[in-house]
Design a binder for this molecule. Structure first.
Ligand code: ARG
Length: 483
C-alpha cells in the first residue's frame, strides 16, 4: 500500500461540511472527500453557474416561491460574487466539493437566509447540465472564431499562390501537377466542414435543461420558457430524464474539436515533410522553430510537431467521453463528473493550436522554384498524354496502354518524355503529332482540367470568390445564432 497522499489544504479543509449530509450519521472520510471533489475542474463554470442561478431565481419569483426583497438580496449577493470572481478574489473553498456548492455557500454567507431558498425546485443534476451547456456554447463561439481566422488566412495564402505549381501526390509519389492554391484550399474545405460540425454541436447544446430537477422534473411551477429566454437557449428540453443524463452535446463538441485537431495534424505533417531537406518547399519563420542543443545547423519545426503530437490526447479525450457514458444506466451517475476535463482540456489545446497555426500560415513562405523543379520529372504528364490520345479518338483504356509503353520506353532509354522525338512517338501511335510537346507544361496541364472543383486556375479563382463570400456570411451569422 502506498502511503496516504492527501494535499495539505484538503487535510485541513475536506468537504465534510457539506449541504447534503443531513441523512448521514458520520462524516465522509478525508480520502472520500478528496476523491469525490471536482472543484479544481468545475471552477471554470463559476460565471455560468451564476447565470443559471439568476435565471432560476426569476422563475422562482414568478412561481411565487421567493419574495421581491429576497430576489433583490440574492441578486446583490451574486453581484458581489461575480465581482470577486472577476478580481480573482473569490475564495474557492475546498471544504465544498464542487463549484455549485461553493457559490451557494458564499451566497448564504453574504446574504443569509434568502440564499437558502435558491435551491428550491432545482438539483445539482439539472444545474450541472445547464452550466455545462452554457460553457460549451461559449467555447464553441471561441473556437468558431479561431477557425474563421484560420480560414481567412488560408484563402489569402491561396490567393497569392494561384500560379505556384507543384506536383500533386498520391501514395506520396508525383501524380499530377496542381496549383498550390488548390492544395491549400483542400484544407480550407476541411476546416469549413469542421465549422459546420461546431455549429451542429451548438444546436445540440442549445436545449435548456434547467427545471428538470434531479430527474423527474420539479415540483413547482418553474417557467422553463422564461429561463430559456433569459439564458439564450433556443429550445426547452422535452424529457427531464434525458435532460440530466445526456452528454451528447459535449461529445459532439469534442468530436468537432478532434476533427479540427486531426486536420491540423495532417496539415502539420505535410509542412514538416515540406520543411525537410528532401522537399525543401517551405520556409517557416524562426519564431515557430527551435534549434538543437547539439547540432548547430538545426532549425526544427517543433510547433508543427507539437500540434501533431497533441492530437493524440485530443482524440483520447473524445474516446474517454464515449467510454464514460457507454454503460451508464439512466439517469445521472457520478461517473458523469468526469465529463468536463476532457472537454476543457481539448478546447484549450485546440484553441491554442488554431491560433498558432494561423500565424504560421500567415508568415510561411513557399519556395516556388523548388516546387516547380520537381515538375522536371515529366512523367507527371503521362495522364495528360493519355487524355491527348483520347481527344484524338482513341478509347481511354487503349490510350492508357500506349502511354504506359511510352513511359516504359522512356525509362529504358533514360530519356525524358519531352525529349523523345516525334518519329519515335509515331512508332507507338500515328496519332501523335508535334502538339504532344505542348503538354509538358504545368499551367497547360492544370488548365486542361474542366470539372467543377478542379485545380484549373479559373476554377480556383471562382472558388476563392465563393469562399470570401462564405467567410463573410459565417462571420456575420456566426451560424451559432441559429435557434
Ligand atoms: N459535481 C457533480 C458533477 O459534476 C455535480 C452533480 C452532482 N450530483 C450528484 N447527484 N452528486 O457531475
Amino acid at each position: 500500500m502506498p502511503p496516504k497522499k492527501i494535499n495539505k489544504e484538503n487535510e485541513k479543509n475536506n468537504n465534510k461540511e457539506n449541504f447534503v449530509r443531513g441523512r448521514f450519521k458520520e462524516d465522509i472520510s478525508d480520502l472520500t472527500a478528496d476523491f469525490t471533489a471536482s472543484l479544481d475542474i468545475d471552477k471554470k463554470f463559476a460565471e455560468f453557474d451564476i447565470e443559471g442561478s439568476l435565471a432560476h431565481l426569476e422563475a422562482l419569483f414568478k412561481a411565487g416561491l421567493i419574495k421581491e426583497n429576497e430576489k433583490d438580496k440574492i441578486k446583490e449577493g451574486f453581484f458581489i460574487i461575480s465581482k470577486e470572481l472577476k478580481l480573482n478574489k473569490f475564495n474557492f473553498d475546498k471544504r465544498y466539493e464542487d463549484i455549485h456548492i461553493n457559490i451557494e455557500k458564499r451566497l448564504i454567507e453574504l446574504i443569509g437566509a434568502a440564499g437558502e431558498k435558491l435551491h428550491t425546485g432545482r438539483s445539482r443534476n439539472d444545474q450541472v447540465s445547464v452550466d455545462f451547456r452554457l460553457y460549451v456554447k461559449n467555447e464553441i463561439k471561441i473556437i468558431g472564431e479561431a477557425l474563421i481566422g484560420l480560414r481567412i488566412e488560408l484563402v489569402k495564402k491561396a490567393q497569392g499562390n494561384i500560379e505556384t505549381f507543384l506536383p500533386g501526390y498520391t501514395h506520396l509519389q508525383h501524380a499530377q501537377p496542381v496549383s498550390l492554391a488548390h492544395h491549400l484550399l483542400a484544407y480550407y474545405e476541411m476546416f469549413t466542414r469542421d465549422f459546420i460540425k461546431l455549429n451542429n454541436a451548438y444546436i445540440s447544446a442549445d436545449w435548456l435543461t434547467l427545471g428538470s430537477g434531479a430527474l423527474a422534473g420539479a415540483d413547482f411551477n418553474i417557467d422553463r420558457e422564461l429561463e430559456a429566454k433569459i439564458l439564450g437557449f433556443g429550445k426547452v428540453s422535452r424529457n427531464s430524464i434525458d435532460s440530466v443524463s445526456d452528454r451528447d452535446f459535449a461529445i459532439e463538441f469534442n468530436f468537432a474539436l478532434s476533427m479540427i485537431a486531426l486536420h491540423l495534424s495532417r496539415f502539420c505533417e505535410e509542412l514538416i515533410l515540406w520543411n525537410s531537406q528532401e522537399f525543401d518547399f517551405v520556409d517557416i519563420k524562426d519564431e515557430f522553430t527551435t534549434g538543437s542543443s547539439i547540432m548547430p545547423q538545426k532549425k526544427n519545426p517543433d510547433v508543427l510537431e507539437l500540434i501533431r503530437g497533441k492530437t493524440g490526447s485530443v482524440i483520447s479525450g473524445l474516446l474517454s467521453l464515449f467510454i464514460m457514458i457507454k454503460s451508464l444506466p439512466l439517469a445521472y451517475n457520478r461517473d458523469m463528473q468526469e465529463d468536463k476535463k476532457p472537454v476543457m482540456d481539448n478546447s484549450e489545446t485546440v484553441y491554442k493550436s488554431l491560433e498558432i497555426f494561423k500565424d504560421i500560415i500567415k508568415t510561411i513562405e513557399f519556395k516556388k522554384n523548388n516546387m516547380i523543379l520537381q515538375l522536371d520529372d515529366d512523367a507527371i504528364y503521362a495522364t495528360d498524354m493519355a487524355t491527348y490520345l483520347v481527344n484524338k479518338g482513341l478509347p481511354f483504356r487503349k490510350s492508357h496502354e500506349i502511354i504506359g509503353n511510352v513511359v516504359s520506353y522512356s525509362k529504358d532509354k533514360n530519356k525524358k518524355l519531352s525529349k523523345i522525338k516525334i518519329n519515335d512517338y509515331k512508332k507507338f501511335s500515328n496519332l501523335f503529332e508535334n502538339d504532344i510537346y505542348d503538354l509538358f507544361d504545368a499551367k497547360h496541364s492544370i488548365n486542361s482540367k474542366k470539372t467543377y472543383g478542379s485545380t484549373s486556375l479559373d476554377s480556383i479563382g471562382k472558388m476563392i470568390n465563393d469562399y470570401n463570400d462564405e467567410i463573410k456570411q459565417d462571420e456575420n451569422n456566426k451560424m451559432f445564432f441559429v435557434k
